[in-house]
Ligand binder design. Structure first.
Ligand code: SF4
Length: 419
């Protein structure tokens, strides 16, 4: 049996990109992780367990004991409970999930379990927020570890986006909008706080995923002259480029600099205004890694996620969402060699699912999403035991006003079908 990513990290010193990961979950949990961008408007859970405060009894339980507790709680809770596991979660958690998918697939999967009164989201904070927005009012959404944020989501906070928006509105104030098209339409990637989804809902904007970004941009260009795309610069640039938008019409703004750090004429000529956010996992992929994979495995097929930098996407054979990558692998032939540029847990799972193919991660260093990694079976067991005791622990509750406006932007997205 192949070793799980977690086993590789904790048993092989220096194997991962972050030495703190090898210290084990409880030590790693003490480092900061719950960023303000992903939580600023949520109702503070009660009771709240801060990072590093999981009861010691759960920290000391063996893996076998934790898995047995989780299975027993699932059995006892039956249809009242649904556990969602993101593709990037470790195997030790995914094995307990009722559904495994990307953030949007999981939010929708929860809707197929109307009898469940609790949704346990094994993913990161913005995903649990989206599930709460789409869930029935009486359903509870739980994030097992509140420190599981998303560094990319935290790179765009509401205040900075509001300030940048005001500057842009001032600059575009004299533009002729008699054709009914707005000067600028805000588009937020799913990987953003509920507050930013609500911002888009309020300002005629929309949410996108990595599967439907091109369709969403087409929609946005029908509504306005240009798009303000946040937080991921790479998804924005890769999508715009694939749609034929010249690079010089996709300037990256700097919300901390006067005039957003871009010449006014460039802002006027822009079609896509990019926010300087990125995913710390996907930005690690390089063209040199692709060259090396091709040198070592002639005929290798390279597929990457569009959160990767543009030169990497350009050099790959294909680029697409996690679901696209899974389908790419499923459509390959036995004996094929496939190098993948996405999070290591998904790559390893695909390698295990297709043992007759050679599947490996482009990044030679093991670099899991360190915030996804914060969901450990210990947290899962603890929140499920809480449900058995009648206590909803680590509940994610999106403010009602935020949820109302965020839903508008999410519903616009639902109407823009993926290509
Ligand atoms: S993989 Fe990147 S974008 Fe996804 S949750 Fe982790 S940090 Fe955020």
């Amino acid at each position: 049996m192949t070793a799980s990513v977690n086993e590789l990290i904790t048993t092989a010193p220096g194997a991962s990109c972050d030495a703190d990961l090898a210290e084990g979950p409880w030590a790693f949990d003490l480092s900061p992780g719950y960023g303000p961008g992903a939580s600023e408007d949520d109702v503070i859970p009660d009771p709240v367990v801060r990072p590093g405060q999981l009861p010691v009894a759960y920290q000391r339980m063996s893996d076998d004991e934790l898995h047995a507790r989780i299975r027993a709680a699932k059995e006892a809770l039956g249809e009242r409970l649904v556990i969602l596991g993101h593709f990037y979660q470790r195997d030790e958690v995914v094995q307990h999930a009722d559904f495994v998918g990307d953030s949007f697939q999981l939010a929708n999967a929860a809707l197929t379990k109307p009898d469940a009164d609790t949704i346990v989201f094994c993913g990161v904070h913005f995903m649990a927020e989206t599930a709460d927005i789409l869930a029935r009012p009486e359903q509870h959404v739980i994030l097992p570890n509140l420190a599981a944020g998303c560094s990319m989501a935290d790179m765009a906070d509401e205040d900075s986006v509001e300030a940048a928006w005001e500057e842009l509105m001032e600059l575009y104030a004299d533009e002729d909008t008699s054709d009914g098209r707005a000067s600028v339409v805000p588009v937020t990637y799913m990987n953003s706080s509920a507050a930013l989804k609500a911002f888009c809902g309020r300002h005629g904007g929309i949410v996108c995923t990595s599967s439907n970004a091109a369709t969403v941009l087409e929609w946005a260009f029908e509504q306005g002259r240009r798009v303000l795309f946040f937080p991921d610069q790479h998804l924005g640039r890769n999508t715009g480029k694939a749609m034929g938008v010249p690079l010089e019409q996709m300037p990256m703004i700097n919300p901390r600099k006067p005039g957003l750090g871009v010449e006014p004429q460039e802002l006027l000529d822009a079609r896509v205004l990019l926010w300087p956010g990125f995913c710390s996992v996907h930005k690690r992929f390089t063209v040199a890694q692709i060259d090396q994979a091709r040198a070592q495995h002639p005929g290798v097929k390279v597929v990457v996620h569009p959160e990767s930098p543009m030169p990497v996407v350009d050099a790959a054979d294909a680029a697409g969402s996690t679901d696209f990558i899974r389908k790419f692998v499923a459509a390959s032939e036995p004996g094929d060699v496939i190098a993948i540029g996405t999070e290591i847990n998904l790559v390893n799972r695909l390698a295990a699912d297709y043992p007759d193919r050679t599947i490996f991660c482009l990044d030679p260093v093991i670099c899991p999403c360190s915030t996804m990694y914060r969901i450990h079976p210990g947290y899962l067991a603890w929140v499920l035991d809480g449900l058995l005791e009648g206590e909803v622990r680590n509940e994610i509750v999106v403010d009602e006003d935020v949820a109302t406006h965020a839903k508008v932007a999410l519903e616009r997205m639902l109407a823009a079908l993926p290509k």
